[in-house]
Design a protein around this ligand. Structure first.
Ligand SMILES: Cc1ncc(COP(=O)(O)O)c(C=O)c1O
Length: 412
């Protein structure tokens, strides 16, 4: 029997079970059987407290509970309610808004922004460029609409951002296609935790200015899903004004997500925000993205748009939300520090890490090591080039002991 019974394959290979969900389910079963303390579930892409419970910001929850029925029951306009379209730019850019023509379109999470960017700024058959270490759904998003992913090497041998590889790959793709969508997930990249430095960004912008001389369209999608869990909000937005240097045929699109920043994962809300050189290009962005939204999910759920608008229109409330998030961010950063220090002590190599939800350990046969670790009740995600550990879902104590366990498994 072929891979599909009645469904059409359309060139896709769809596994029977999603690998990450499979491991995650086995981890949950192990916790149910043996208890939370006996198991390490490092597979979850959401922030959990030290007892394994989902962190939900109380200040955000309070706004949620006080909503009027129309705040969630009514349809939102396709591109989002008006206050959201404005306030979400403040949320994404903070005090570092680049000058230029900016438009925001509401999307179902950062995922919707990724999908709309690929759909509208590349042609069918094109390759989308991102780094070799990347969030696997980029492949799914591109593949679902007839595109695929090409990669550059994220790191040099000595663990720095590989600008030479970025430049070479961009140039190679621009030579053979009419446009190029580039996805950079920073700061606090998934799966490595790397954040491009301001110097890395200067190099990226310089490379793109040179590549753009060919006259083709380049779309730089900056996936900032973890921007508020990297460290000081303003410090990690310092790169944004550099986008002003890009020429007219390069559009920057920031894929902003409310999932992590407001712990509103399940409400499916985000926004795509463009920074364009002319009003015409920004208007076109809004028109094509709204049209595409209509044809895929129609409008985005209103509820989180209202919540964000209420938070940003009340400075005291915004202060409370920022303060509460900072407390959890510090918890997360302490876990990352504990893990990387312990890795250094026991000689476990990790991929250059700065901050965020994930740390990666490079290795040759990730599936093998993930199975060995699973037998010891340590559940991690095997990627193409290593193992991913979610420090977002593992307590600080466990983060301190985990590197030695992984190192030991790798010696088997
Ligand atoms: C790298 C990256 N980008 C984007 C997203 C988008 O998430 P959402 O669609 O929930 O906003 C995620 C979520 O896990 C992610 O890890």
């Amino acid at each position: 029997m072929g891979e599909f019974i009645l469904a059409r394959g359309n060139g896709r290979h769809i596994p029977q079970e999603d690998k990450i969900f499979g491991i995650s389910n086995r981890a949950k079963a192990a916790i149910a059987e043996k208890g939370y303390d006996k198991v390490v579930n490092g597979t979850i892409g959401a922030l959990l407290d030290n007892d394994g419970n989902l962190v939900v910001l109380e200040s955000v929850d309070k706004v949620f509970k006080e909503l009027a029925p129309t705040d969630y029951a009514e349809y939102a306009p396709i591109g989002g309610i008006k206050p959201f379209r404005e306030y979400v730019q403040k949320a994404a850019f903070g005090n570092r808004a680049p000058k230029g023509f900016k438009e925001a379109v509401a999307t179902p999470g950062g995922t919707g922004s990724l999908r709309n960017t690929v759909a509208n700024y590349s042609d069918v058959g094109d390759q989308i460029l991102t780094s070799d270490w990347h969030w696997a759904p980029y492949n799914t998003i591109a593949g679902e609409i007839g595109r695929s992913v090409a990669t550059f090497e994220l790191f040099t041998e000595d663990g720095k951002f590989n600008i030479a590889s970025f430049r070479a790959k961009s140039s190679e793709l621009l030579a053979k296609q009419e446009s190029l969508v580039i996805i950079l997930n920073t700061p606090a990249h998934n799966p490595t935790g790397y954040s491009l430095t301001v110097e890395d960004w200067e190099n990226v912008i310089e490379a793109l200015c040179e590549e753009a001389e060919c006259g083709k369209t380049i779309s730089l999608l900056i996936d900032v899903a973890y921007i508020d869990f990297a460290g000081d909000e303003d410090e990690y937005r310092r790169f944004l004004p550099l986008l002003e240097r890009l020429p007219e045929n390069v559009i920057s699109i920031v894929a902003y997500s409310l999932s992590k920043t407001f712990t509103l994962y399940g409400t499916r809300c985000g926004a795509m925000i463009c920074v364009a050189k002319t009003q015409e290009i920004a208007d076109e962005f809004r028109r094509v993205c709204e049209y595409s939204s209509r044809g895929s999910w129609s409008n985005t759920a209103r509820i989180a748009q209202v919540i964000l608008s209420k938070i940003y229109s009340d400075p005291e409330l915004l202060r409370l939300v920022d303060e509460e998030r900072a407390k959890y961010r510090n918890m997360l950063l302490a876990r990352g520090k504990a893990f990387s220090e312990a890795a250094k002590e026991c000689g476990l190599e990790i991929v250059p890490y700065d901050a965020g939800f994930f740390i990666s350990v490079p290795c040759d046969d990730p599936d093998k090591y993930s199975k060995i670790l699973e037998a010891e009740d340590v559940f991690l995600v095997p990627l193409a080039k290593g193992l991913r550990i979610s420090v977002a879902s593992v307590s600080e104590d466990k983060c301190r002991t985990l590197p030695a366990i992984i190192k030991h498994a790798m010696e088997k």
